[in-house]
Design a protein around this ligand. Structure first.
Ligand code: TA6
Length: 313
């Protein structure tokens, strides 16, 4: 794990804790790389959320394996995206549509977010909401008045809602994804279900379109944007004896990505065999599914991740 240098003064942490901690369940402290983190430990699960990027890096149901994958070589530093967890791609997914020099996947995953609210839900889950605080250079990259907020509810299920408002006077087109990395026992033995019959854009084959027949399995690099994808997706993992279910709203595209061996070996923040233990199934508004948001309107991309355990090992 590579550590950068982000120091949040103790006084800021003290202020965060005095305003937003929940005794015994949620506290703020400096984590890897001195990154300020929200640490959750409730009756249902544990979790950790980096305030830089509003990036959830762990959700582990109590007594179970982590659901999210985090690279052991993830870099924790400002201006770098964390490899694993749930990076937020916003307000564009992938490359910027007209400016190839702009950062991949937008400005949210490396931005500073401010806590808006924390709460204990009646069922014991922990709620945290944050708003992106655009920096000076962000305004040059995205000159639109579109405040964005994210809400996490960590309990027996994990719920995330990414809410964008258009406070400007003209329509704004944007794309986005919750780029979730799921931990799997061995990607070669899993299947992703729920995408059967859908058209996809194959980024590995230069953007040609195809149509999936049956479940999706993995024997080489996969990087596909599935269109018309509104149904639940499931990751069936016989190694962990579990099925991760991904339900969503406000999204009709799903990206599935695994970089496979050659690309993993080239990535500084991944172990060369790291690809075996992860798969990204991303709930999105991407490509043909980009959002045109009219003035005064809001858009909510919501997901709910739950796990069905088939039998105890
Ligand atoms: O969602 C898939 C993808 O867009 C891939 O093309 C791949 O590059 C991946 O995201 C990771 O991107 P990153 O910028 O985090 O290295």
């Amino acid at each position: 794990m590579e550590l950068g240098r982000i120091d949040m003064p103790d006084s800021d942490l003290e202020r965060l804790n005095s305003r937003h901690s929940i005794p015994g369940e949620l506290q703020f402290r400096n984590g890897a790389g001195n990154m300020p983190m929200a640490i959750i430990d409730n009756v249902h699960c544990t979790g950790s959320l980096s305030l830089y990027g509003a990036h959830l890096v762990d959700w582990t149901p109590r007594g179970r394996e982590p659901v999210l994958w985090l690279s052991p070589r993830a870099k924790f530093a400002q201006d770098a995206a964390i490899r694993g967890g749930v990076p937020i791609c916003w307000p564009w997914f992938g490359s910027h549509p007209s400016e190839p020099g702009f950062p991949a996947h937008g400005i949210a995953r490396t931005g500073t977010w401010r806590i808006l609210e924390t709460a204990r839900k009646p069922d014991g889950a922990t709620f945290i909401s944050l708003r992106l605080v655009p920096g000076h250079s962000d305004l040059q990259l995205w000159p639109h008045d579109t405040p964005v907020e994210i809400q996490f509810t960590l309990g027996e299920t994990l719920q995330i809602a990414l809410i964008t408002r258009n406070l400007g006077e003209a329509p704004v087109v944007f794309s986005q994804a919750l780029h979730a990395y799921f931990q799997v026992e061995d990607v070669r033995s899993i299947e992703v279900l729920g995408l059967d019959g859908l058209e996809y854009i194959d980024k590995v084959l230069g953007g040609i379109r195809g149509r999936l027949q049956g479940p999706l399995s993995f024997a080489s690099e996969v990087d596909r944007i599935f269109l018309g994808s509104t149904a639940d997706c499931r990751i069936a993992d016989p190694g962990y004896n579990r099925i991760i279910r991904i339900a969503k709203q406000g999204s009709s595209s799903t990206i599935v990505w695994n970089p496979w061996a050659e690309n993993s070996a080239k990535m500084a923040d991944m172990e060369s065999d790291g690809y075996l233990r992860m798969v990204c199934v991303e709930s999105a508004n991407a490509a043909d599914d980009s959002v045109t948001l009219l003035p005064g309107n809001k858009h909510c991309l919501g997901v709910s991740y739950s796990v069905q355990y088939l039998q105890d090992r």
